[in-house]
Design a protein around this ligand. Sequence first.
Ligand code: ACO
Length: 428
Amino acid sequence: MSEVKLEYDGQTYSFPIVVGTENEKAIDISKLRASTGLVTLDNGYVNTGSCQSKITFLNGEQGILRYRGYSIEELCEKSSFVEVMYLLINGELPTETQLSTFRTDLRGGDNLSNDVRKFYSLYPKDAHPMGIVSATLSTLSTFHQDLTPGNLSADQKSKVMSLLLGYMKSICAYAYRSNTGKAFVDANPDLNYVEDFLSLMFADDKGQYEVDPEIAQAIDLLLILHADHEQNCSASTVRLVGSSQANLFATISAGVDALWGQLHGGANQAVIEMLEEIQKDGGGYKKFLDKAKDKNDPFRIMGFGHRVYKNFDPRAKIIKKACDSVLSKLGVNDPALEIAKGLEEAALTDDYFVERKLYPNVDFYSGIIYRAIGIPTNMFTVMFALGRLPGWISQWKEMIEDPTSRIGRPRQIYMGETARAYTPIGQR
Ligand code: ACO
């Protein structure tokens, strides 16, 4: 069947079926309003495909996640974050020469200018680092005002994407340093991307930092796992803002804001806070499961449930394994890990969670690894943003290079007052 028929108001209309390379099917309703006068209503875009994309495939029923056709499991085992950045943005794994050029381009964003660094001193000391990261990206848009899609040649676009990826190491690390009152240090060209990020964050005031390969490897893995996830809340935000041809830095800043919320990337911070609360409360899970099931209580088990994954989240599986291994390699004994495992087991055998197909997502175990590495809780979502940046950039690039893409502009069904006469103030 290559079309769908809609009967409405005594007439029959046909709409084509679009079939993806993984046999996913969609009804193309782009002519629906023009032909029938109807729009669709889809709260939360649960059934709405907003674009055709070649970047990431995920199948929520089978727990499959692939970047550009490569399985997340294989990329985690064999690749590096920098290689994955290149893959997402360019569509293919790099050759040695391409990778070397890409690494050089990334170094172009090694150091934020002194003018940009000054802004960090103006934020309140207790500012959430996600707010600082978002504000810094917006600030950068004022220093790079020509970064709108229409102004960029292919070569400029490629340089600018690398510049932004390079800057992001310092943008994120300096959010931590300014929060903790530490002086900023410069990038170290002898270190690779992930090592350099760790150095920018943890080096002493003289810029000295000893790389622990276990820690660098764990962060590399986490960044790969977060690198893209097709049309989620923040990627869709990036596409929507970018669709108006806004400045690239401003567009990515909007993505950071969307990620911050606790129903999205902010869940990794919320998970650790929840595990700490359970620990403080004596370590029992039942009370918290009951609260999560109580429809009058807004509490949810953070790090559980997903709009698309209804079997398991393949990223959570990899992270759970990494969590055991990283903690044992670093000799860290964190009671939060045992609480998380116990809570997961209790939830997975509880009818409420089973019926609703609620499983641990990417955020459930990641915070325990970050904590073991010494990353403070309020920086967890910043780590997510650092990982997700190549995904946002790839989604932006794909959109602006697609000649059929249009400004994002949903419709609504108006339910408010109909036209009425103005009432003067004394008569209300
Ligand atoms: N704890 C308890 N109940 C839950 C949870 C949870 N974590 N998640 C979903 N439910 C319940 C809902 O109450 C709803 O129950 P009902 O059918 O009786 O009304 C049902 O499961 C379906 O949930 P929805 O909220 O409709 O699912 P939706 O797809 O809109 O939301 C979301 C997905 C936001 C991830 C949700 O599962 C959630 O709030 N999880 C906790 C926050 C979280 O971990 N977010 C990170 C997601 S991964 C990421 O963005 C990186």
